[in-house]
Design a protein around this ligand. Structure first.
Ligand SMILES: NC(=O)c1ccc[n+]([C@@H]2O[C@H](COP(=O)([O-])OP(=O)(O)OC[C@H]3O[C@@H](n4cnc5c(N)ncnc54)[C@H](O)[C@@H]3O)[C@@H](O)[C@H]2O)c1
Length: 349
């Protein structure tokens, strides 16, 4: 059984990753139609992947597709998700779920009213090594979680029409764009965040969105976290580190955060609680290599959403997770603006 997909915004990440690696590669999915305001890009994608090239959003929503993958700029997510829900289509919306918490709430409500599923493209949850790390944390082998760090940075120079470079179209800069993935990943591993402190800045790039963002997190279980996202360092200089520390050891990774399915991960785990060692010897600290079979995150994301449509179950990365991510991101920007720590209301969905 296959879920039929339409794609809104076929010319960016959809073309680079989600269509070829996800929708086309998935066992249980099929691409039927695409639409992009860039007609040429849309025609090329339609031709390359054997889909109908629609001339408008309405035309795409009138096709036989069961689900729409939305990969348009953040400032059109809300209106497009609501239109797709109105047309009775399930929606997998790229992160972020709109520009603001209010938009995220509107999108979630529109889908709930129409009885369609809403998923959010936080696909880094599916990375095989992230799932392996989650198993270690859940098994208790890391001990009491104490600190988590996630880094995702790149070189993102000013470009004509780049919607992320203006908060009016991107909702924010490096924190909104890359921090959302990092914080969500740490929440998957350590649990929900209860408060954040955030600093942002524009140090190198000449655009309105922040090119520098650092977030301190406190999780509900008391563990602390650090997320850092830069748009202003050379790509190769950032190893996109993931570091998890607990009372029994650590899990340290490089390059698992990002769009690729590779990366390295090692775990340093004590079998028994340690006594105090004045020497603090580290010479015997060889790690266990965590290298499960790699898995393409875009394919996993599409297969999971397609299965949820077919089985009529909740998608694993659902509206609640996407909306919560928006709440945490809004708290980060409030903290950056006010210079204060901002608490998250745990009663909110
Ligand atoms: N999960 C990931 O790995 C990942 C990676 C990159 C981007 N994203 C997300 O995907 C979304 C798109 O980002 P991108 O990098 O592909 O951006 P992009 O600017 O490269 O591509 C967006 C595409 O949407 C088209 N478009 C713009 N307005 C449109 C409209 N109203 N209707 C139809 N098409 C429209 C543009 O012509 C363009 O082809 C964003 O939400 C972004 O955060 C996710």
């Amino acid at each position: 059984m296959t879920t039929k997909w339409g794609v809104l915004g076929s010319g960016g990440i959809a073309r680079r990753r989600t269509i070829p690696e996800g929708i086309v590669a998935a066992e249980n999915a099929e691409l039927v139609a695409v639409y992009d305001v860039n007609k040429q890009a849309n025609a090329e994608v339609a031709e390359e992947f054997g889909a109908a090239a629609c001339g408008s959003e309405a035309e795409l929503l009138a096709t036989e597709c069961d689900a729409v993958y939305m990969a348009t700029p953040a400032n059109v997510h809300c209106a497009q998700v609501c239109a797709a829900a109105d047309a009775g289509k399930h929606v997998l919306c790229e992160k972020p779920l709109g520009m603001t918490v209010a938009e995220g709430e509107t999108m979630a409500a529109a889908c709930a009213v129409k009885g369609v599923k809403l998923g959010c493209g936080l696909m880094m949850r599916f990375h095989a090594q992230h799932q392996a790390a989650l198993e270690i944390v859940r098994s208790g082998k890391l001990g009491t979680p104490v600190l988590a760090r996630a880094q995702l940075s790149c070189w993102y120079p000013p470009m004509e029409g780049a919607w992320r470079q203006d908060p009016a179209s991107g909702g924010g800069g490096s924190i909104m764009d890359m921090g959302g993935h990092c914080i969500d990943l740490l929440e998957m591993l350590f649990g929900r965040v209860r408060q954040v402190m955030c600093l942002t800045g524009n140090l190198v790039q000449e655009y309105a969105s922040e090119d520098t963002g650092v977030v301190l997190l406190e999780f509900e279980n008391g563990a602390k976290g650090i997320v850092d996202n830069l748009f202003n360092v050379p790509d190769e200089s950032s190893k996109n580190r993931l570091e998890l520390y607990g009372s029994q050891g650590s899990i340290l990774a490089e390059g698992t955060i990002g769009q690729g399915e590779l990366g390295t991960m090692e775990a340093y785990l004590r079998k028994t609680p340690q006594g105090y060692e004045a020497q603090q010897a580290r010479a015997d600290g060889t790690g266990i290599v965590i290298a499960p079979e790699p898995l393409n995150m875009y394919r996993a994301e599409i297969e999971a959403f397609s299965k949820a449509v077919q089985d009529d179950t909740e998608p694993p990365v659902n509206a609640e997770i996407g909306l919560w991510s928006q709440r945490v991101l809004a708290a980060c920007y409030e903290s950056a603006r006010t210079g204060q720590a901002v608490a998250l209301d745990q009663e909110k969905p």
